[in-house]
Design a protein around this ligand. Structure first.
Ligand code: 1GP
Length: 247
């Protein structure tokens, strides 16, 4: 079970996930990512994006053939469901007030999900302003929480936990100008007891270190792995070191 292994792993170490957007990689590159992402650095692979025209199902298939790591759907919309994945972050965009992203799409997806063996992981998804309009902000038609309104992010995360979400995801948005600030991560972490994922605009080993030190349990990196296999190999090289420091 993915969720119980996350809880188990977090007792002793920080976790790291990479996000594969099917539109940003060809088959070869997806296969390369699967092979490079070893167990000592990457804990799981997310697949999805705000607007995807390529096949999520095919991307999941290639990943499943090239890695043993869990492949988890991170859907931007209901078209991004593949029964071949291991699980799905069932996201509720709780920073927003768009009913489609709070319940509407979930109603559409539920009967489809019920027919699969996907592990469903309800996730409170909180979008934080980052200095520019991201695809997720535009596509979800929601307002992010301002980066300096830490109290709003904390209250939203607490509400997410009280509503029964199993993870909280603090998201600056893919390609964010500014990643989620340490002060906000620290406060949110101290007020919830479920695991905290942080992603968006994290590219360098320094940012990864800082984000973990602030309290992120799981970091997600997407855009930074789109620069090619060499870049990914370098990043994963420093990650092994960082994870050792943090454990
Ligand atoms: C986006 O948090 C993820 O949903 C990753 O963001 O692409 O900026 O790494 P980046």
């Amino acid at each position: 079970m993915i969720y119980s292994s996350i809880i188990e792993n977090l007792k002793t170490k920080k976790m790291f996930a990479i996000l594969v957007d099917p539109d940003k990689h060809d088959r070869e590159s997806i296969r390369g990512i699967g092979k490079l992402a070893g167990k000592d650095t990457v804990d799981f692979i997310l697949v999805g994006g705000s607007l995807v025209s390529g096949s999520v199902d095919e991307t999941v298939g290639v990943l499943k053939d090239s890695t043993e790591l869990p492949v988890i759907l991170f859907p931007g919309n209901v078209l991004q469901i593949s029964p071949r994945a291991d699980g799905i972050l069932l996201l509720s965009l709780i920073s927003g007030r768009n009913p489609e992203f709070l319940i509407g799409n979930h109603v559409i997806a539920a009967p489809v999900l019920r027919k699969t063996n996907l592990e469903i992981i309800p996730t409170g998804y909180i979008l934080i302003e980052n200095g520019r309009t991201t695809s997720v902000e535009y596509m979800s038609n929601t307002k992010p929480i301002p980066a300096d309104k830490i109290d709003l992010a904390v209250a939203t995360a607490m509400a997410g936990e009280m509503l029964g979400h199993k993870l909280i995801y603090l998201e600056a948005g893919s390609g964010a100008k500014e990643n989620v600030n340490s002060g906000m991560i620290r406060e949110v972490r101290s007020k919830i007891s479920i695991p905290l994922i942080v992603g968006g605009g994290i590219h360098t080993p320094e940012q990864i270190r800082e984000t973990y030190s602030a309290g992120a349990d799981i970091i997600v990196v997407g855009s930074a792995i789109e620069a090619g296999a060499k870049h990914l190999a370098n990043l994963l090289g420093s990650l092994a070191e960082i994870k050792k420091e943090q454990s």
